[in-house]
Design a protein around this ligand. Structure first.
Ligand code: GLU
Length: 510
């Protein structure tokens, strides 16, 4: 079928966007871009009971952060708006009327109490072709009575009239053909007069049709709704332009058993939301990938591979490469384990690819958090410090742990190494070493390493002890980048200061 590719991401603003929803949005986006199609964002807010303030803004912010661009939506506009379902009531009302007029739907007045009673009376009660004849609806009641109740403002719902004995086929690009019997479906509520709003099913189908959606790419949890959706397309006479269904595999718990939940994140220490979220009702805070220090490119790359593979073992792919290589045919049918450590690995990889200038900018707020004013240092200094330690970090915030000593001189010295390396001769040796250093053009590896090491050998000092004592004095512990890269960046005056402080502060162990 040669049809313009038009896909939609259709979240309900009932809370923060879950990471599985982000993956759905990403796959829609990759597919749209690859095919020169359109990516539509539609807000499905017909469930007034579950509406959560701030959720819509959160969705927009999360997608923007990740670089998932929207072509048509509330902010972008477009030819098939409004893109928010609560603003499309007239459209749904008109479509409900069409179904009623064509005998594809009916009006039902059963109260919650009456429905409860029916459930009590009949085990596994389902409102369907077998039971609707005993309920209070426009199929069983006198038309004049129906009209009277409506005119009086009695609350009612409109139900979809599903015929029994039909085999309903759903063609799914990942799962193939799935056939179910219409008998297992109930006469779903399509519209509620109480809030003058359609339910998800009706609004979803009407909008997909009117917005000319070519592919419905969504999570597997919506697969059970698909047969009903197929019947709705038929009932409206839209079967010819029904979108292609694509149900993406579930995201599973990291240990593989069952669906990924927020509790898994809390238990194992990873976020399941793209951005930090503060629940407006409870004030509870849920962590987010952004605030946890993930780069959006890393999150995108990580998510892209949860349920899809490029057909070879390529792992690092930019958004553009993902757009080029993505294919729905390579999406897996079985659930994808949420291997969150892999997300950390991706973040490490992307941090290494980031130019040091950018990393330095990301480090500045962290310096401030630790009481260091980055303006006291040149941009070049911060950039070089970051460059020396970035190989050791998974998150920007890890920079502090590895690079703090470039900004704050040590005042404490790691005890075990002091005991091992700091001897009675150390103060004199380091003082003499400062002497040599002060004569050198710089303390860089090129200028200082060979002369200093040669002198140590000449003086027949214990190489390991002296060099580690120097490191203790300068860094505070026996870790970190190459010694002479450190001394080069700190510069002679600072090295001298630190060595003298250490000599003053470190007791010679007995
Ligand atoms: N509003 C539904 C959701 O919250 C949309 C499901 C679909 O894509 O059809 O995910």
């Amino acid at each position: 079928m040669d049809r313009e590719v038009r896909v939609r991401f259709a979240p309900s603003p009932t809370g923060p966007l879950h990471i599985g929803g982000v993956r759905t949005a990403l796959y829609n986006y990759l597919f749209a871009r690859q095919n020169g199609g359109k990516m539509i964002l539609r807000i499905e807010d017909t469930d007034s009971q579950r509406f959560v303030p701030g959720a819509e803004a959160y969705i927009n912010e999360a997608l923007a952060w990740l670089g998932i661009e929207i072509d048509e939506g509330i902010a972008q506009g477009g030819p098939y708006g409004p893109y928010k379902q609560s603003e499309r009531r007239d459209i749904y009302r008109e479509h409900v009327k069409t179904l009623l007029d064509n005998g594809k739907a009916y009006i039902a007045f059963d109260t919650p109490a009456e429905l409860d009673a029916a459930r009590q009376a009949t085990p596994n009660f389902q409102y369907d072709s077998h039971t609707r004849g005993r309920m209070r609806n426009s199929l069983t009641m006198d038309p004049a009575e129906v009209q009277r109740l409506i005119d009086e403002g009695t609350p009612y719902v409109v139900r979809f009239k599903i015929d029994a004995g039909r085999a309903v086929e759903v063609n799914d690009l990942i799962r193939g053909k799935v056939t179910i019997k219409s008998d297992i479906l109930d006469d779903k509520v399509l519209y509620k007069s109480a809030d003058d709003l359609p339910t998800y099913h009706l609004a979803n189908i009407v909008d997909d049709h009117l917005m000319k959606i070519s592919h419905v790419i969504r999570g597997e949890e919506w697969l059970p709704s698909a047969p009903l959706h197929v019947l709705l397309y038929e009932a409206f006479g839209w079967a010819d332009t029904m979108p292609q269904f694509v149900h993406l595999p579930l995201l599973l718990k990291p240990d593989g058993k069952g669906k990924l939940s927020k509790r898994d994140g809390d238990r194992l220490g990873f976020p399941v939301f793209p951005l930090l979220w503060t629940d407006p009702a409870t004030g509870n805070v849920s962590r987010g990938y952004r605030e946890d220090g993930y780069l959006p490119q890393a999150v995108v790359n990580f998510l892209a591979l949860l349920g899809w593979n490029p057909g070879d073992d390529t792992e690092i792919m930019s958004m553009q490469e993902l757009i080029n290589r993505f294919s729905l045919e390579h999406c897996s049918r079985s659930g994808a384990k949420f291997a969150y450590e892999k997300g950390t690995w991706f973040n490490h990889q992307y941090l290494q690819m980031l130019p040091d200038e950018e990393l330095a900018e990301l480090f500045k707020p962290i310096l401030r958090e630790h009481g260091v004013n980055p303006d006291d240092f040149s941009d070049d200094y911060i950039r070089r410090a970051v460059g020396l330690v970035k190989g050791r970090i998974n998150f920007v915030r890890d920079l502090w742990q590895h690079a703090a000593f470039f900004f704050v001189a040590p005042t404490e010295y790691e005890e075990k190494s002091v005991r091992k390396r700091w001897t009675a001769e150390t103060p004199a040796q380091l003082t003499e070493m400062l002497q040599w250093m002060s004569q050198l053009p710089s303390l860089s590896p090129a200028d200082a390493e060979t002369p200093v090491l040669d002198k140590i050998k000449e003086r027949q000092w214990h190489m390991g002890n002296v060099m580690n004592a120097l490191r203790l004095a300068v860094v505070g512990e026996c870790k970190g980048p190459h010694m002479f890269e450190i001394t080069e960046l700190l510069g002679y005056p600072e090295v001298e200061r630190r060595v003298n402080t250490a000599i003053k502060n470190i007791q010679i162990p007995d």
